[in-house]
Write a protein that binds this ligand. Structure first.
Ligand code: FAD
Length: 290
C-alpha cells in the first residue's frame, strides 16, 4: 500500500526503521528482526540504504520480504554516489517486487577526500524529480528540525526542503531529535514556509553510550540537560542505560502524541526488544490515538 494513503487514513501512524546487514552472513538475523517488528503491527517499516550502494541488494530483498509478509515497506534510496543507470536499475527491481514507496535521499558525502561524485544527482530533490518519471511511486524525503549540518542556515535549509517537496514528496521523515520543542518549532516554520505534506517525527531510543557517540557524529541534535544527565549517570551500565533510554523515548512519544503529532517513526536500530518495550509501555495510548 502507498504510504500517502496510509497517512490519509490513519489518525496516527507508527513506523520503524531497520538497516540491512553489511555482511550477507547476517541477513537472516535482520529478517528475524523484521519479523519481530512486523508482529507489533506497524503502519510501515523502512529499510535504509548504504550511501555507497554496498547494501542496495539487501535493501530490496528485505523490503520484498516485508511485502510478502503483508507489511508495507519503505525503501530508502540515495543518489549522490550513484549514476542514473544504477539508480534506475534499483528502481526497476523495486517495481518488479511491487514496492511502491521510496524515501529519496541524497546520502552523506563519503569521507574519502578523493571522492568525485558521478554528477548525475546533486541533491535529493534531483532524485525526487527523476523518480517521478520512473513510475507511480509514493516518494518521501528527509528533513532536519535543527537544520541539515551542511546548510549553515535554517531558513535556507527550509527553502531547499520546500523545493524538494514541490519536486514530488508526499511526506517527510525527520532526523532524530531529543527535545520535542525543536520539532514543534520546526513544524510551525515548515507550515509558514508552505510545506503541507505530513511530517513524521523520527525518534531514536538511545540504549548505550557508544551509540550516542556515533549518533553525534551523524547529527547535530541538541541534547537537553535532562538527557545528558541520564547518559552521564547510566551511560556505563548497559542494562541501566537501556531502561533509561527506553523511558526517555517513551516520554518523548507520549508528549508528541498528546500534542497532536500524527506520525511517529522509530529508529529501531535492529533492536526489536527495545521497540517492543516502548510500544508495550504505551499500548493503550497508541490504541486510543490510532
Ligand atoms: P538533501 O535534501 O539534498 O539536502 C542536503 C543538503 O543540501 C542540505 O543542507 C540542503 O539544505 C542542501 N540543499 C538541498 N537542495 C539544495 C539546492 N537546490 N541548492 C542548495 N542547497 C541545497 N543516509 C544514507 O546513506 N542511507 C539512508 O538510508 C539514510 N536514511 C535517512 C533517513 C532519514 C529520515 C534521514 C533524516 C536521513 C537519512 N540518511 C540516510 C542521511 C542523509 O542521506 C544525509 O543526512 C544527507 O547528508 C542528506 O540527505 P538529504 O536527502 O536530506 O539531502
Amino acid at each position: 500500500m502507498k504510504i500517502d494513503h496510509i497517512l490519509d487514513e490513519r489518525k496516527l501512524t507508527v513506523s520503524y526503521e531497520i538497516f540491512p546487514p553489511k555482511q550477507d552472513s547476517a541477513f537472516d538475523s535482520v529478517i528475524a528482526c523484521a519479523e519481530e517488528l512486523a508482529e507489533l503491527d506497524p503502519d510501515f517499516i523502512s529499510v535504509t540504504y548504504g550511501a555507497g550502494g554496498g547494501t542496495s541488494a539487501n535493501t530490496v530483498k528485505i523490503c520484498s520480504h516485508l511485502q510478502s509478509r503483508g507489511v508495507t515497506p519503505l525503501a530508502h534510496l540515495t543518489c549522490l554516489s550513484s549514476t542514473k543507470d544504477h539508480v534506475h536499475r534499483i528502481v526497476d527491481e523495486l517495481k518488479d517486487q511491487g514496492i511502491e514507496n521510496i524515501l529519496a535521499l541524497r546520502g552523506d558525502r563519503p569521507k574519502d577526500p578523493d571522492f568525485v561524485a558521478p554528477g548525475d544527482y546533486r541533491y535529493a530533490s534531483d532524485l525526487v524529480s527523476d523518480l517521478k518519471t520512473r513510475g507511480e511511486f509514493c516518494i518521501g524525503g528527509a528533513c532536519y528540525p535543527e537544520g541539515h549540518p551542511e546548510s549553515g542556515h535554517k531558513d535556507r535549509d527550509l527553502a531547499n526542503l520546500k523545493t524538494k517537496v514541490d519536486a514530488g514528496c508526499s511526506f517527510l521523515t525527520t532526523q532524530m531529535f531529543f527535545d520535542n520543542n525543536m520539532l514543534y518549532s520546526f513544524l510551525y516554520r515548515a507550515q509558514a514556509a508552505g510545506i503541507r505534506v505530513p511530517i513524521l517525527a523520527g525518534i531514536m531510543p538511545v540504549t548505550n553510550g557508544n551509540q550516542l557517540k556515533r549518533m553525534m557524529e551523524l547529527s547535530n541534535a541538541y541534547l537537553p540537560p535532562k538527557f545528558l544527565a541520564l547518559v552521564d549517570r547510566f551511560g556505563d551500565n548497559n542494562e541501566a542505560m537501556k531502561q533509561a533510554g527506553i523511558a526517555y523515548a517513551t516520554e518523548q512519544i507520549i508528549d508528541l502524541v498528546t500534542n497532536g503529532v500524527r506520525g511517529i517513526h522509530i529508529y529501531a536500530m535492529n533492536k526489536p526488544d527495545v521497540i517492543r518495550q516502548i510500544v508495550g509501555n504505551i499500548s493503550a495510548i497508541l490504541r486510543e490515538a490510532r
